[in-house]
Design a protein around this ligand. Structure first.
Ligand code: ADP
Length: 448
């Protein structure tokens, strides 16, 4: 296969910039696509070429497969990078891209499809020897079956949507009398959000951490992992702060999980980047889902491993071999990412609008992934993430001190952002101890 010379980036915002930057450094030309609302966005300004693909609503632009494929043909792009969100986990899109003779910078369509169905994903991982959260063997056929499984594994239990994502279609039943309602609301939410009301049941873990493993495979059977990220700091099952490595894990535990995960992916014949998500409680890892794409929080891994994951994605999509093995991957220091969104830091109400002044912090060990600039208007149509502030330090303590310094330097005037919330988290003594679970942040937000 020839190296790629032109890539279309089917996304917007900071992740479109992130992909553009990797392409530029590799000598690859970029094509941006954009809605009419994003005509003056930074990803459009920096790209070598750009194509308008539709009006502001995402379903008519960033989710418009025909328009994106046409843009690739018109501009002569040889590959498409989907970023995260939008079409990144759409197996039909990946298939269409390949059917048009283009490279999809991501996994094989069949793996996207399997992992997009959480029941099929759990089945696959069970067969490959990866430990799971205890629960129903597959989809629940009836509420009676839910009662039977819950009785066997014990309350509390969680009803989850097979097609779930973004924390939707998930309902807890703490005791038997709550199960029927949880089952019905989870199905209703899943039907409304995903057009698929298939649900399954899991033991609800009361104090787990969310720990995930970054993996990468080439098309020649080479698989490596880049260690773990701790993403336990969540609100409504959505991540706000991520760390690499996890404050709770030993190097031996990381190696053991890494070996298991890479063996499983080798067994699957997986290709490109992916993340296996686990809940970790009492020293046990339980698989919950796999994301078949680059993740928002990938920079913390890049900071501790010194790797450019997007570059690696592009290389393996072009058919190159990894060219290194697990022993070449080392972990240095500690990294933290704060997701800064255009939201009220107390009520979380969206706060789109014009950014009058934007000033990014800098200095040693600091990375800001953001498409903001002074005078830019954050449109109301898309995700509220406006900046990822990422820091690296020799130790976790140094990384926290650096993050505090950066948050105080950062200026985003004209809109509300979650910077003040991140400042409170970084100043908290419990956070400093690293002793938290997935429920910690909800309580912290409620009391502060
Ligand atoms: P989604 O795809 O909607 O993000 P996930 O399966 O990845 O759903 O779960 C998101 C979050 O929900 C997890 O990080 C965790 O905080 C919580 N969660 C999921 N499954 C369980 C469980 N069995 N017990 C407790 N919390 C859970």
């Amino acid at each position: 296969m020839k190296p790629l010379t032109k890539v279309l980036i089917a996304n917007r915002g900071e992740i479109a910039l992130r992909v553009h930057r990797a392409c530029q450094e590799m000598g690859i030309k970029t094509v941006a696509v954009h809605s009419t609302a994003d005509a003056s966005a930074m990803h459009v300004r920096l790209a070598d070429e750009s194509v308008c693909i539709g009006p502001p609503p995402a379903r008519e632009s960033y989710l418009n497969m025909a328009a994106i494929l046409s843009a690739a043909h018109i501009t002569g792009a040889e590959a498409i990078h989907p970023g995260y969100g939008f079409l990144s986990e759409n197996a039909d899109f990946a298939e269409m891209v390949e059917a048009h003779g283009l490279a999809f910078i991501g996994p094989k369509p069949e793996h996207i499809r399997t992992m997009g169905d959480k029941i099929a994903a759990k089945d696959t991982m069970r067969r490959l020897g990866v430990p799971l959260v205890p629960g129903s063997a597959g989809a629940l056929a009836s509420v009676e079956e839910a009662f039977a499984v819950a009785k066997e594994i014990g309350y509390p239990v969680l009803i989850k949507a097979a097609a779930g994502g973004g924390g939707r279609g998930m309902k807890v039943a703490r005791a038997e009398e709550q199960l029927e309602e949880a089952y019905r609301t989870a199905r209703g939410e899943a039907k409304a959000a995903f057009g698929n009301d298939e649900v399954y049941l899991e033991k609800y873990l009361d104090r787990p951490r969310h720990i995930e493993m970054q993996v990468l495979s080439d098309a020649h059977g080479n698989v490596v992992h880049f260690g773990e990220r701790d993403c336990s700091l969540q609100r409504r099952h959505q991540k706000l702060v991520e760390e690499a490595g996890s404050p709770a894990l030993t190097a031996a535990e990381r190696d053991a999980l890494g070996e298991r995960v890479t063996a499983a992916l080798r067994g699957m014949g997986y290709r490109n980047a992916g993340t296996l998500e686990f809940l970790w409680q009492d020293g046990q890892f339980c698989f919950i889902e796999m994301n078949t794409r680059l993740q928002v929080e990938h920079p913390v891994t890049e900071m501790v491993c010194g790797v450019d994951l997007v570059r690696e994605q592009i290389r393996v999509a072009a058919g190159e071999t990894l060219g290194y093995d697990q022993s070449a991957i080392t972990f240095s220091g500690h990294a933290i990412e704060c997701r800064i969104t255009a939201e009220d830091p107390d009520t979380f109400a969206p706060s789109p609008g014009k950014v009058t002044t934007f000033h990014a912090p800098g200095g040693l060990g600091v990375r800001v992934d953001s498409a903001l600039y002074s005078g830019y208007s954050v449109p109301p149509h898309y995700d509220s993430l406006v900046a990822k502030l990422v820091v690296h330090g020799a130790t976790r303590e140094q990384a926290i001190a650096r993050m505090r310094r950066c948050l105080s330097e950062m200026v985003v005037d004209g809109i509300k952002t979650t910077i003040p919330l991140h400042q409170r988290i970084m100043a908290d003594p419990e956070f400093a101890k690293g002793d938290y679970t997935i429920h910690w942040l909800e309580r912290f937000v409620a009391k502060s």
